[in-house]
Design a protein around this ligand. Structure first.
Ligand code: KG4
Ligand code: ZN
Length: 335
């Protein structure tokens, strides 16, 4: 079964063709990130405009690269939630028009379910149940994946998402957007023990909190400035990365130990972080759990992950009519 996946929730206009939820036939990504970087973050209005310009060409290229015409596609999957609503609606409306014109089923896909499904592209043997940390620019969840379309949230951030914390710290340190890759790059030449950053306390055994950590970095930068000094950027980047990766890995591994998870999985943009991957890999192996990490090219937003999850949503009977709307927020465990 061949699914066309369309994604437009943030600054990537993406389209892809995936067979049977596992085999990527094409994966086209048009990003407005360079333009967004001029403003230090995503400007929703700019994102929406770039999606409108790019979506048609991205879908055509995805079909061309897969060597398929629309007739050969079995269903059109599209991210309908959560995300920047103006951006989401571009993909949703394009998908609706395409599904209607080509007379194909329309399959709404939750963005975070898509991030998790990116792992099915990389690991043919991976099947639920497993425990997953989904960490992106807008969300940080520890999720029990009971089935391809069945999710239970065990823990979440009570304030900033992990990716958001990377982005804000990068901005404070004068590093470019997106913050995750630039902090990771700066951290390479830094000492992770140079700055003592706090370990946040938070109610809920598997919940996380990053706003205190972010504030601690801002305070260090301001205090240094008041003394006429500046923080050592690589050292601060390394110290911050070490702390946030330790927090995420510790919570995920605690949940894995408590639930007796046999498989531990990472997903979302922050899953590209090398230190986080290393800590989760080492910790899960000690627990005797298998570890599945998405390929770096499938960590960030892409259409293939939406097509992969779309396949399972379709098999589960989760199709939509032309009244489908985009939603800015929606829990991953919706039914
Ligand atoms: O999943 P994603 O591409 O988009 C959203 O759904 O938000 O995640 C983007 C986030 C950004 O905050 C970005 O800074 C972060 O993922 N990110 C990273 C890395 N690469 C991207 N964070 C830490 N380390 C990285 N290597
Ligand atoms: Zn995402």
């Amino acid at each position: 079964m061949v699914i066309l996946g369309i994604e437009s929730t943030c600054d990537e206009t993406a389209a892809a063709v995936v067979a049977d939820g596992r085999t990527v036939r094409s994966n086209v990504i048009c990003s407005s990130v360079r333009e967004q970087a001029l403003y230090g973050g995503v400007v929703p209005e700019i994102a929406s405009r770039r999606h409108i310009e790019a979506v048609s060409g991205a879908v055509q290229r995805a079909l061309d690269e897969a060597g398929l015409r629309m007739e050969a596609v079995d269903a059109v999957a599209v991210t309908f939630a959560p995300g920047l609503i103006g951006a989401v609606l571009v993909g949703v409306n394009f998908a609706k028009g395409l599904a209607y014109a080509a007379n194909k089923p329309l399959v709404p896909v939750h963005h975070l379910r898509g991030h998790i499904a990116a792992n099915y592209l990389t690991h043919p043997a991976l099947e639920p149940p497993f425990l997953c940390l989904v960490a992106s620019g807008g969300h940080s969840h520890i999720v029990q994946v009971d089935g391809y379309c069945r999710f239970r949230v065990l823990g979440r951030t009570v304030d900033d998402a992990a990716g958001e914390a990377f982005d804000k710290v990068a901005r404070t340190l004068g590093l470019p957007y997106p913050g995750g890759p630039s902090v990771a790059q700066a951290a390479k030449s830094g000492d992770p023990h140079a700055y003592r950053l706090p370990v946040p306390r938070v109610a809920g055994k598997y919940n996380v909190s990053f706003s205190g950590l972010k504030t601690a970095v801002i305070n260090e930068v301001h205090n240094a400035a008041q003394r006429g000094e500046s923080v050592n950027v690589p050292d601060m980047a390394a110290s911050f990365q070490e702390r946030i990766a330790q927090i995420l890995a510790k919570k995920l591994l605690a949940a894995a130990a408590d639930t007796g998870a046999r498989a531990v999985v990472l997903a979302g943009g922050v899953a590209a972080n090398g230190r986080l991957r290393q800590l989760v890999n080492d910790g899960a192996q000690k627990l005797g759990a298998r570890v599945f990490l998405p390929e770096l090219k499938y960590c960030g937003d892409n259409g293939a992950m939406i097509a992969a999850q779309g396949y399972h949503e379709f098999l589960d009977g989760n199709t939509a009519g032309l009244s489908l709307n985009g939603l800015p927020t929606l829990g991953i465990d919706y039914r």
